[in-house]
Design a protein around this ligand. Sequence first.
Ligand SMILES: Nc1ncnc2c1ncn2[C@@H]1O[C@H](COP(=O)(O)OP(=O)(O)OP(=O)(O)O)[C@@H](O)[C@H]1O
Ligand SMILES: [Mg+2]
Length: 315
Amino acid sequence: MWSPDERRFIFVTGKGGVGKTTVAAALGRALAARGKRVLIAMCNAKERISSMFASELVGSEIVLVGERIWAVNIEPERAFEEYGRMVLKVAALYRVVFQNKYVRSFLPAVPGLSEWAMLGKAWYHTTEVSERGGHRFDVVLLDAPATGHGLDMLRVPKIILEIVPPGVLRRDAESAWKMFTDPARTGVVVVTLPEELPVTETLQLVQSIDHELELPLGTLVVNRVVKSLFSETEASELAKIEPDEIPVGAAGGDVESDEAQGVLQAAARRAIQERHQAASLERLFAHTDAPRIVLPFLFDDAATPSAIKKLAEYF
Ligand SMILES: Nc1ncnc2c1ncn2[C@@H]1O[C@H](COP(=O)(O)OP(=O)(O)OP(=O)(O)O)[C@@H](O)[C@H]1O
Ligand SMILES: [Mg+2]
C-alpha cells in the first residue's frame, strides 16, 4: 500500500473531468486531518474548491480553506511575473524585463514557459519556510491541468535541464526535478474512471510516467465506481434482457405493469453498466500492478464539504 503521508509533492493527474480536483481536495483533507499542512494548487482551473470546503473563493493568492488546508489557483502570467521578481531581485531590472511591452507579448508564447511558471511556483511552495522555522507546507498537491494529462507540464523541467544554460532558471529546474523524481518525496496520483476509454488512456499515462518521464507513480485512484446491486444469478438473468426492448408505457393504462416494466428496464440498464465497469476494472488491474484506491460513485453533489469528507476516508 502506497502512503501519501511522507510525500512533499503530489501531482494529481488524469483525463479531463475524471475527478482530479475532487481527489486533490479529498486527499488534502485526509492529510490535513492527520496533522499535515497542505497546499492544494490548481492550474488556472475553474474554481470549485471553495464549494468543496465551503470557503471563500480561491484565486491567485493563497487562502486558508480549512483546518491546515490552503489553496491557490495559479495563473500562468502572474506566476511568471512573481518568478521574475524573485529571480531578478533588482526592481529596475525586473521592470526592464517584465514590463517591457515586447517582452510581455512574446513571453507567454515561449513553449513550456507558462507550464514551468505554474509547476515551478508549485514546487517553490515546497521550499518555503515559515516564521516558525519548518516548512510553510508539509505537502503541496498539484491538481494538474487536463490537457495532455498535465504531463506536458512535467516534461518542461527536463527540457530546461537539457537546453537552458546554467543560471537561476536551470538551478531551480534541477532542484525541482530532483524532488519530482525522488519516490521518497514525490508521488504521481493518476485518477481514472471504470470505463473503457479512460482505462485505455490511463494505461498509456502510467506507461509514460514509468518509462518516459521516470517519475514515481504513487497510486491509481479509480473514481465513481458503482456498487454491485445484483447477485450472480440475478445479473445473469438481467443480462438476457435488452432494456430498450422492454415495452414501457405500452400496458394500456395499467399503472402497475408500467411501473414494473420501468423498474425492470432500470435494473437491466444498471446490470449493463456493472458489466462494463467490471470488464474495465479487470483490464486496468491486469495491466498495472500500481497501488489502487477505489472511490464510490456519489449520488449527491460531490463538490460539497460532506462529500469530500466522505471521500477523504479512502485515503
Ligand atoms: N466520486 C464521485 N461521485 C460522483 N460525482 C463525482 C465524483 N467525483 C467527482 N464527481 C463529479 O464529477 C465532476 C468532475 O469532477 P472534477 O471537477 O473533480 O474533475 P476534474 O478531473 O478536476 O475535471 P477537470 O479536468 O475539468 O478539471 C464534478 O461535477 C464532480 O463533482
Ligand atoms: Mg479540475
